[in-house]
Design a protein. Sequence first.
Length: 408
Amino acid sequence: MSAQGSMVIVGAGMSGALTAAALRDQGFDGRVVLLGDDAERPYERPPLSKSYLMGTSEREAIFVHPSEWYAEHDVELRLKTRVESLDRGKHEAVLVGGERLGYDALLLATGAEPRRLKLTGADLDGVHYLRRVQDSERLREGFGKSSRVVVVGGGWIGLETAAAARAAGIEVTVLERGPLPLQGVLGDELASIFAKLHRDNGVDLRVNAGLSEILGDGGAVRGVRLSDGSEIAAQLVVVGVGVTPNTSLAQAAGLAVDNGVLVDEHLRTSDPDIVAVGDIANAQHPILHQRIRVEHWANARRQPPVAATSMLGGDATYDRLPYFFSDQYNLGMEYTGFVAPGGYDEVVVRGDVDQLEFVAFWLSDGRVLAGMNVNIWDVNPDIEKLVLAGRKTDRKRLADAEVPLDAL
């Protein structure tokens, strides 16, 4: 790649901003254009359902780089800008309005959008989705004016939002359509701990609950009606029922798409001059030997150096294990590894579950597939090593908190 070439990054979120930084760190001196449809410069999303939503962190703390960083590093940051199409033959990104930007290599970091409810009342004032900083700010403002909120969905966003609402003194009902929140991610054994955590903190957690209608009065939310006919009063409804990767641009350009944009272990798409990262990247994992698409912060943070290398013609490989974290009430946790739903045969726990100080391991045929540390810190690297080792583990030693993890 010529040092004087042109790099175009479509998507001005964390991944896009960090890829721009990685290009400069790796010695690229050519043109870097960072395009985003948001009005804000690139920011991180985890605080939007955690500290920023609760008002415990300042606005400036959410941004990836200080405002002056982009000019100082000669990165053309263009906000409120949408890419209409990609002309792969001419190596051009076509913007809404007709402007064309030539590229030697292009990064797709278009992220994902929340799935929208399609039922009566879904467009009422007081129905919230949480994806952008403005969403978090509007929801925090709503907390200050409301006494009851219904959270639709018992995933990470839903539960973190529920915890933030409880911290604001609001009565919370969480509607989970399955038997337990987080069941698909954690399985029955650990999902039950999160169910108890929220109930212990005053949340009305309703499982196997279906939502049939959002009720309104004068255009604003007044409650919800469940599929069993019961009603719950509320002034706010927060929807957290998953996201859909923004693949329309890639699909229209003829790139291979299947549950995200298909990329190899170098994060290259079916077009070698186009790379994809973050929520949209369905990547071939060289260690897990399968494709996975990860919708978590760590993936979006860790992939950019590899993406930059691939854009520059190198062959770096992305082989980091999936990782995510969450903070809810007095529980802080980290999770490393990957377990498909039903893909384990045993859970081993060391520590005190009742005191919420433990490490849990998901095993298959005696091998650790993933681990989660709860309110126990500085053990994540050891968990990662156990997963990567791929060897059978002594179950009794794994459960014994007196045995150091690095001795297993």
